[in-house]
Design a protein around this ligand. Structure first.
Ligand code: B12
Ligand code: SF4
Length: 633
């Protein structure tokens, strides 16, 4: 093989290995069609194939050309729109071939399955030509230039064909003797089919270098949102199902970056080595401490490959020097005050190690103007009124969010909601605590009222103290509030008063007002405070039973970097691990004073959470009933 062709093969394998999810999808589709091939399923299966292949063929061509680097749910759905007709034609081809062969030879030898397995090498090749030309045909400068297919390409196709044929006969045997392996054979079959497709796309693109050039940028920024420390299974679920496209920090950085930079975003990505690249400016966030192991790993590798790495976010703000062991620069605080300077220094090759954000009342201006041009779906995930919190709870990392004096003008928030309402009717405020001042909120809610949207927010209980404010919240579309309750003994003792705790005796009275207004509550609790003993479990149960929220969130007290609790507990030698991956507020990482460790660990703590959920929340009754019904049947 010539160097070029070898590169195409390596590239195709690389692309496919980074997108094994598509291979799995193709295999599942085929297995489903074969094993559950009831005639009633023919139409849904046909539609499923059209959606799948138009999305995936389109996306793989974009990845091979460099137009995209990672698969993106939005692009996938756009591709369905553009390529569904082509896909219908491609899917019909094997069926027509089968029909013709059947008519010509009137024999069942050319069964549909055989055509499907053997023909796939031809159909993948054919699809690759069609898709690449349909996608990039108008950008191909030399329309007469053809992909130079030679002996080695033919050898590759013949090899794939042989493997596929082998797969078919293997399948026939496996099906009889070891049906449990049928899935593996189908997976290999799908792999070869898609590999042939990507290989041919790469070969066509080799013949038209102007296409890849179009997607090679001199000044390029990669913005990377690493996976958090949560379980890998949840990460995969979020990669697959959650269409979150642009976290808040990426919106901010995009709005502050001049158009001369091309920006690529990596969020909810199962990382693959092909995403590393030299010569880029790479921005990595680390807002949650449990993201930091993944974030540092990425930073280190990007640096090793010759890119420049800047990190930011709350964890970095707490430990800038730790981060500097892995990256070139850190931004301490909000990007708004400082990103322009970072870019200038990067261009002049004089990047400093630490940048400190300078805030003023204009922080939301540039971001707002940029946001107004975004799609309703992205806006929906980025609506906030302020980033700080008026309290400084002992256990909370929000203490370091220093933007509180600057609240986004209510008029601008409403403009954004109005724009979002063009595509959605519900959103969640991104604020840590929506409650700033009653005057601001009353003004905001009055303006939101005519938009007839629904909203959710995290807030402190003051939002319900003022009757007029609560009524306005309801009228403006408030459906649910995330409320934190600190159930500590002697809470009305003012020596323990952190401000927020003064509300403890009134928790139930105020919460009932919220329920009366028809607003649901998701109650958040923390377990593990020094003054809590074993009895706290019972107290929480009783309190939640009386409150009857829709859901709860129960978290284990965690010395989050940046919180006063972390500062105090560290010298006491009570921290049991400094592996940040465990700082997810669901894992015990310090020695509690009065509660025995095992009560805050699995399986007991998980069992407690389930019991609490079923017996004390509004939604839990439904779940409990379902469990009983399932158990009964
Ligand atoms: C939305 C959110 C989430 C979302 C998604 C988070 C994400 N980033 O993808 C979800 C719901 C998934 C989530 C989950 C959790 N979260 Co959360 N979350 C938030 C929240 C409310 C808003 C984050 C946000 O988007 N803010 C708006 C943007 C614009 O601000 P920003 O992210 O801070 O970014 C700015 C600066 O930090 C800086 N910056 C940030 N990154 C970068 C990168 C570069 C290169 C530069 C230059 C600058 C920069 O500039 C940005 C622009 O101004 C924050 C609280 C808050 N207000 O920050 C908590 C917060 C980040 N979460 C927190 C925690 C603890 C969690 C959980 C671990 C546990 C929990 N109990 O919720 C879970 C994770 C569970 C798991 N699976 O492990 C803590 C983090 C504390 C810490 N040190 O770890 C926070 C601070 C809440 C708190 N008050 O304690 N969270
Ligand atoms: S726990 Fe809630 S109220 Fe307390 S500082 Fe954090 S965000 Fe504010």
């Amino acid at each position: 093989m010539t160097e070029h062709r070898k590169n195409s093969l390596t590239q195709a394998v690389d692309i496919l290995n980074a997108n094994l999810i598509f291979v799995t999808g193709a295999a599942i589709l085929e297995i489903g069609m074969y094993f559950y091939g009831h005639w009633m399923l023919i139409l849904p299966a046909f539609i499923g194939k059209i959606i799948f292949y138009s999305a995936v063929y389109g996306m793989l061509a974009e990845i091979a050309s460099g137009e995209s680097i990672v698969s993106d749910p939005v692009r996938l759905s756009v591709n369905v729109k553009y390529y569904r007709k082509t896909t219908v034609f491609i899917i019909m081809l094997p069926l027509i071939t089968h029909f013709l062969l059947f008519v010509l030879f009137s024999t069942a030898t050319f069964s549909l399955i055989l055509i499907n397995w053997v023909g796939m090498v031809f159909f993948s090749t054919f699809s690759a030509f069609i898709f690449t030309h349909q996608k990039y045909g108008k950008n191909m400068q030399k329309a007469d230039r053809k992909a130079q297919m030679g002996f080695s390409d033919a050898a590759f196709l013949a090899g794939s064909l042989t493997l596929s044929l082998g797969g078919f006969f293997l399948y026939k045997n496996v099906e009889t003797f070891a049906p449990q392996f049928a899935g593996v054979v189908y997976f290999l079959h799908a792999y070869i089919a898609l590999l042939v497709y990507v290989y041919i796309v790469c070969r066509v693109l080799d013949a038209h270098p102007e296409i890849r050039q179009q997607y090679t940028f001199e000044r390029e920024i990669y913005l990377v949102n690493p996976r958090d420390g949560g379980r890998i299974i949840f990460h995969w679920a979020s990669v697959l199902f959650i269409r979150t496209s642009q976290p808040g920090w990426i919106t901010v950085i995009r709005s502050l970056t001049p158009e001369s930079y091309h920006i690529r975003v990596f969020t909810r990505v199962a990382w693959h080595r092909r995403y590393y690249a030299p010569g880029k400016l790479v921005g990595i966030t680390c807002s949650m401490s449990n993201m930091s192991p993944a974030a540092y790993k990425l930073a280190k590798e990007f640096k090793r490959q010759g890119s420049t790495v800047v990190m930011g976010g709350l964890h970095i703000q707490a430990f800038p020097d730790e981060a500097l062991e892995y990256c070139d620069s850190v931004v301490i605080g909000e990007a708004e005050g400082v990103w322009g300077q970072v870019l200038k220094d990067y261009e002049n090759n004089c990047l400093q190690q630490k940048y400190y954000s300078h805030m003023d009342e204009n922080i939301y201006k540039d971001v707002h103007a940029y946001q107004m041009n975004l799609s309703p779906s992205i806006i929906r995930e980025n609506i906030l009124t302020n980033k700080g919190c008026k309290y400084q709870c002992y256990f909370c990392a929000a203490k370091n969010l220093n933007t509180l004096p600057y609240v986004k003008p209510a008029g601008e928030v409403v403009e954004l909601v109005q724009r979002m309402a063009e595509g959605h009717d519900k959103f969640t405020f991104l604020d840590n605590n929506l409650y700033t001042t009653p005057e601001y909120l009353k003004d905001l809610f009055q303006r939101l009222k005519p938009l007839k949207i629904k909203w959710l927010a995290a807030s402190t209980l003051e939002i319900a103290e003022d009757d007029e404010l609560l009524t306005l919240a309801k009228e403006s579309g408030c459906k649910l509030l995330y409320l934190g309750y600190e159930l500590v003994p002697n809470a009305n003792d003012s020596s323990q008063n952190e401000g927020k705790l003064s509300k403890v005796p009134e928790y139930l009275t105020i919460s009932r007002k919220i329920h009366k207004k028809g607003i649901s509550i998701r109650a958040h609790y923390i377990m593990g405070f020094d003054i809590q003993g074993v009895r706290a479990f019972w107290d929480l149960f009783v309190f939640n039973f009386r409150l009857r929220p829709l859901f709860n969130g129960i978290f284990i007290l965690t010395p989050l970097p940046g919180s006063p609790f972390f500062r105090d507990v560290l010298p006491q030698n009570r921290i049991t691990t400094l592996n940040w991956r465990n700082y997810d507020t669901g894992t015990l990482v310090f020695k509690p004073k009065k509660i025995p460790d095992f009560m805050l660990k699995k399986p007991l703590f998980s069992l407690y959470i389930i019991i609490l959920f079923i017996f004390t929340t509004r939604f839990g009754w439904v779940m409990g009933l379902l469990l009983i019904l399932f158990g009964f049947f």
